[in-house]
Write a protein that binds this ligand. Structure first.
Ligand code: TXA
Ligand code: MG
Length: 303
């Protein structure tokens, strides 16, 4: 922890676990530090980062909270949801972190190590997922090491418990909350909390590059809704549909499937690449609860 704080204070990068995926963090008030993230990830500079803080009070120093956004934050934080709001004019977040936007996505992660880091550091931490841009997000320290080797200091010894990135909800207009990215905190959970209809953002205008069609992709093609394995395929099963390789959850549990998704895709991607196999076939995933987020990731990987 001491070393991690030293590095952040000097404008360096620290990878750390959250409950969703591993993040690659930098001081969100330091332009030079944030630039290093874009560089090392090969991330397009127009893709803003999520700002991580230790509490709602800290978040209020960064963004303008309307009453509905505050209600949501009080119930779901710490937790796997990022809230997009207007950035305060006197917020100390650097332009690089938010890619020049006048809004900002903020979250309080639910992981002891991450929260300790944020509390001790005191300042907000900009942290995208700790993977090379467009590849599968990391759910273990080993995945981070694979991407960045010794170039990045990794805080380890905590496991991610969810395995999918946070839900992103745009609350800049409290009359029309919009989900920009599906996750564990589902549309119906959010609308129950807000007592209000919530919609998926559906315009062609890409607000979050994470919404872009091709994203989260293995090198190998993905074929969804596969009920049998074809030639030149490796398989990723679910429940009773077992395609002979790995199974996301033999008992058909979506939470277990979410946690296994990225690590199993990585394993099958490597297997396919080494055997010159062209496609990963994935069994049908029920499209409810967190299954919506799983299918969304698979769609982007197969797009
Ligand atoms: O679970 C997570 O959210 C993980 C962990 C590390 O916290 N982080 C993560 O960050 O997934 P990243 O950079 O891989 O995805 C952040 C997404 C991007 O799609 C980005 O476009 C969007 O958040 N985003 C950031 N700021 C935004 C803003 N002001 N408006 C709309 N979208 C924004
Ligand atoms: Mg990412």
């Amino acid at each position: 922890m001491k070393k991690a704080l030293e590095i952040l204070n000097k404008g360096g990068l620290v990878a750390f676990p959250t409950e969703t995926v591993y993040g690659l963090g930098a001081d969100a008030t330091n332009d030079e530090a944030c630039k290093k993230i874009y560089e090392i990830k090969s991330r397009p500079s127009n893709n803003p980062m999520i700002i991580h803080v230790s509490s709602l009070e800290k978040a209020k120093e960064i963004a303008e909270f309307n009453p509905l956004a505050e209600k949501l934050a009080r119930i779901v934080w710490p937790g796997p949801i990022s809230i997009v709001l207007k950035k305060l004019p006197d917020s100390k977040i650097c332009e690089t972190a938010t890619a020049g936007l006048d809004t900002v996505a903020i979250r309080v992660p639910m992981n002891d190590l991450a929260l300790d880091l944020l509390k001790n550091f005191g300042k907000p931490v900009a942290a995208p997922s700790a993977n090379i841009s467009n590849y599968i997000s990391p759910t273990s320290a080993e995945h981070v090491e694979e991407a960045f080797g010794k170039k990045v200091y990794i805080l380890k010894n905590e496991h991610v418990v969810l395995g999918l990135e946070s839900t992103i909800i745009d609350m800049t207009n409290p009359d029309q909350p919009e989900i920009l990215r599906a996750g564990f905190v589902t549309k119906s959970i959010i609308s129950d909390i807000l007592k209000k209809d919530v919609v998926y953002h559906e315009s062609d205008k890409v607000i979050a590059p994470g919404m872009m069609k091709k994203h989260y992709s293995p090198h190998t093609n993905v074929r969804m809704d596969a009920t049998e394995l074809r030639v030149n395929e490796v398989g990723l099963g679910f429940g009773d549909i077992d395609l002979g390789y790995l199974n996301l959850s033999r008992r058909g549990d979506l939470t277990e499937a979410a946690l296994n998704l990225y690590s199993m895709l990585r394993i099958l991607d490597k297997e396919a690449q080494s055997q010159n196999i062209k496609t990963i076939a994935v069994a049908p995933i029920p499209n409810d609860g967190v299954g919506i987020a799983i299918n969304d990731k698979l769609k982007r990987a197969s797009g």
